[in-house]
Design a protein around this ligand. Structure first.
Ligand code: 13P
Length: 249
């Protein structure tokens, strides 16, 4: 397996004060490791807190949950890739299922966000995943490969080690229903072969993370599954103790 990436997506949890307390507790228990990378995606208002707290840790990075594709301008409530970078982000999360399904984000918008992140010199983590209805209709492969191709349609020639893919089945997010290690592996294998068709052997360097109801009890099993190069964790990443258990899985 590649050097695993353990990513915490706090969603709309942990503002600056809670983020500071979290980072103190987490870093006190998590000794520096050269064999894996931790990424924390806090709400944007806590980005600087997380980045500052982990500034002397090469193995712990701050990321931003969402960006706008424009550099600046009249987009009330939005932040740009360069602003996120200035605040300490190293990675941008693009196309999370809540962005797609709650806020109506499209593949075309995801593509623009990947381009913006890349232009700013940030890594980008594109999320793909099917709903239960789509899974039951046998559409999983078609859908996730389509989301992948569309999401990086303008950045394909730029895909490199800075690109991270995350498979998050929508039906597994926040539901307690986790894909089995076998189910996750099967979809990751499809994504890997799609990446090979797109960029040849460079595809093998791209980490593919699994997300969806990951917990301290299932993290090690999922991480050990073929083609699972890391985990993207929501609910179980908000408290330092359960996150510490997962980060060390
Ligand atoms: P949960 O771990 O809460 O299911 O959320 C997964 C997720 O959406 C991470 O991005």
């Amino acid at each position: 397996m590649k050097r695993p990436i353990l990513a915490a997506n706090w969603k709309m949890n942990n503002g600056p004060s809670a983020a500071k307390a979290f980072m103190e507790a987490f870093l006190a228990g998590y000794s520096p490791r050269s064999d894996r990378t931790v990424i924390i995606f806090p709400p944007a208002v806590a980005l600087t807190t997380v980045a500052t707290s982990s500034a002397n840790r090469k193995d712990v990075l701050a990321g931003v949950q969402n960006i706008h594709w424009a550099e600046k301008g009249a987009f009330t409530g939005e932040i740009s890739a360069t602003m996120a970078k200035d605040a300490g982000a190293k990675v941008v999360l693009v196309g999370h299922s809540e962005r797609r399904h709650v806020f109506g984000e499209t593949d075309a918008q995801c593509a623009k966000k990947c381009q913006a992140a890349s232009r700013a010199g940030l890594s980008f983590m594109l999320c793909v995943g099917e709903t239960m209805q789509q899974r039951e209709a046998g559409e999983t492969e078609r859908l996730v490969t389509h989301q992948l191709r569309e999401g990086v349609s303008q950045t394909q020639n730029l895909i490199s080690a800075d690109f991270i893919l995350a498979y998050e089945p929508v039906w597994a997010i926040g539901t307690g229903l986790t894909a089995s290690a076998g189910d996750a592996s099967a979809v990751h294998t499809v994504l890997r072969s799609e990446l090979r068709q797109m960029i040849g052997t460079r595809a093998d360097e791209i980490p593919i993370l699994y997300g969806g109801s990951v917990s301290p009890s299932n993290a090690a099993g999922l991480l050990a599954a073929p083609e699972v190069d890391g985990l993207l964790v929501g609910g179980a990443s908000v408290e330092p103790s359960s996150w510490l258990a997962i980060a060390q899985a």
